[in-house]
Every structure is written in structure tokens, then in C-alpha cells.
Write a protein that binds this ligand. Structure first.
Ligand code: PGA
Length: 254
């Protein structure tokens, strides 16, 4: 099965009113020759309106970096619900990013609740999983990734919760460090994730897109994306430079 490549830019807490316009203009101007890859940008919440205005009607989608577990509204100071994300035309949302897990203590159970709050909406969750350096060194990569996946999969709906989802494998030691996983290391975990999902539902295992994230740059993207189970990338630092981000999107074009 051919899965459509997806490259999503995770801007994290970066940007300003002016730089957001500049970056989006650059990406839009250069995206014409990217034919197949689906391109998505995830700015901070406060710039979603600007990004929506700039990208409406274009081939580039946008999304948010997190979502509240309560899908509508309520007493959740500082949080944003999926209903609100839909108000701003978001088509994706990142859930369970390692910075949310590690800096803000979002555990597997909360991540699963956040993930589930977007099911049956028009917003597609990008579920992030990945091990810390010590966990890799102890040989626990698969155990950790399996636990993070199972928190979402162990639901009465079973694997159907992943029907409309994207997975991002991001080894924590490779995020923002310049240390990319080797293509072999990344492929090994991607294959493990796909097989684990396929055990629940073979068709879903085949069709679900699994992105790699962690120091992806224009110079290493093509090699990573050539791996059979890597369907694109979740890009942090390099998504803040228009040309670099476009080069990564181009590398994902089959
Ligand atoms: P990086 O971040 O590309 O800057 O390593 C990736 C991510 O955290 O999603």
C-alpha cells in the first residue's frame, strides 16, 4: 500500500506576529513543486488565526500543538479544546509530545484522554511516542513505546481509535539535540509500531502513517524517508526556516 507522505512542522513556542507571516509566505511561495507530500504547520495557539487567514484555500494544512481532554468547554484554565481548534480550521493536533510528557508531567493516561477528545471530529491526532536516552541504553525502547501506544489502544473501541490518527516516533534523545537516529534505528522502531498495530487490525497497520521526529534536516530527510515504514516527519527546529522545511517536504515526495 502506498501511504501519502506527511511532513508536519512543530513550531513549539517560537514565532512573533511578524515572523509568522514571513515564514508562512515563504512556505507558500515555495510549495508549488511539492506534488504528493501533505504539508502541515503547527504554530502556537495564539497564531492559529493568522495562519488560518494566510493558508485558507491553499494546499497546506495547519494544526495545534496540544488539546484539552475536555472536548467542548469548561473550567480548564489555560487549556484549548478541540471544538475551539475546529473554530480555527485546524486539521491536525499533536498529542503527547515528549516536551508535554517530560516538562509538564502529562502521563500516558492524560495523553490518552487528550487523544480521545478529538475522535469523531475533523481534527486528526498526531500521537507522539518515544524513549529517553537511558531507556534506550537499558534496552527498553520497545517496552516504552509499546506502553505509550497501548495507553491509547487499550480502549473499548480497540484499534479503531487509531483509524484516523497519525503516529510520530520521536526518540527523546534526538529532539533538538542534532543527534538523529540512524535510518536503521528509526526503521526498527517504526516497524515495531506498525506490527503492534497490525496485531489488532492488519489493515490499519498497513495504512497508518508513522512519522519520524528528532533533528530531521534537509540533509538527512531523504535517507530517513526512504525507509519502508517511515511515512514522513514531525519537524521542530528545521520547520522554522522556510527553505529548510520545504527541502524536507520535497525529500518526502515520492
Ligand atoms: P527537532 O524537534 O526537529 O527540533 O529535533 C522535533 C520535535 O520535537 O517534534
Amino acid at each position: 500500500m502506498t501511504r501519502r507522505p506527511l511532513v508536519a512542522g512543530n513550531w513549539k513556542m517560537n514565532g512573533s506576529a511578524s515572523s509568522v507571516v514571513e515564514l508562512i509566505d515563504g512556505i507558500t511561495a515555495g510549495s508549488g513543486d511539492i506534488k504528493e507530500t501533505e504539508i502541515v504547520v503547527c504554530p502556537p495557539f495564539v497564531y492559529l488565526h493568522t495562519v488560518e487567514e494566510l493558508l485558507k484555500g491553499s494546499q497546506i494544512g495547519w494544526g495545534a500543538q496540544n488539546v484539552c481532554q475536555e472536548p467542548a468547554s469548561g473550567a480548564y484554565t489555560g487549556e484549548i479544546s478541540v471544538t475551539m481548534l475546529q473554530d480555527f480550521g485546524c486539521s491536525y493536533v499533536i498529542v503527547g509530545h515528549s516536551e508535554r510528557r517530560n516538562i509538564y508531567g502529562e502521563g500516558d493516561a492524560l495523553v490518552a484522554e487528550r487523544f480521545k477528545s478529538v475522535l469523531n471530529t475533523t481534527v486528526v491526532p498526531i500521537l507522539c511516542v518515544g524513549e529517553q536516552l537511558e531507556e534506550r541504553e537499558r534496552g527498553e525502547t520497545e517496552t516504552v513505546v509499546a506502553r505509550q501506544l497501548d495507553a491509547v489502544l487499550n480502549d473499548e473501541q480497540g484499534a479503531a481509535v487509531l483509524n484516523n490518527a497519525v503516529i510520530a516516533y520521536e526518540p527523546v534523545w534526538a529532539i533538538g539535540t542534532g543527534k538523529t537516529a540512524t535510518t536503521g534505528q528509526a526503521q526498527e522502531v517504526h516497524q515495531f509500531i506498525r506490527q503492534r498495530i497490525a496485531k489488532h487490525d492488519a489493515g490499519l497497520g498497513e495504512k497508518i502513517r508513522i512519522l519520524y521526529g528528532g533533528s530531521v534536516k534537509a540533509s538527512n530527510a531523504a535517507d530517513l524517508f526512504s525507509m519502508p515504514d517511515i511515512d514522513g516527519g514531525l519537524i521542530g527546529g528545521a520547520s522554522l526556516k522556510g527553505d529548510e522545511f520545504l527541502a524536507i517536504c520535497k525529500a518526502a515526495d515520492h
